[in-house]
Write a protein of this length. Sequence first.
Length: 94
Amino acid sequence: MTLAASAALVVSMLTSCATINSGAALTEKGPIGPKVGEAQSTYFLGLWSSQGEQNNIKKAAENGGIKKVTQVEYIDQSVFFGLFIKHTTRVYGE
């Protein structure tokens, strides 16, 4: 295997892929909200989380100082063929 092919293989293994799953708005009408809060955790092999159960809507709202949540997004970023997954819960509101 040539050096260029080896380098390309290593780079492709270390790059990440992100998916965003935007939850439905929790309010029927009105703006998303001026505040944003996030909670993050990292999963290893889908079995172990760096933050345990601390990555949820309630924690994200607390981190953003949000009392009324209007929108929720879940963002998963896979690294090294899915061995590590960075999970972010992002909330919008007032």
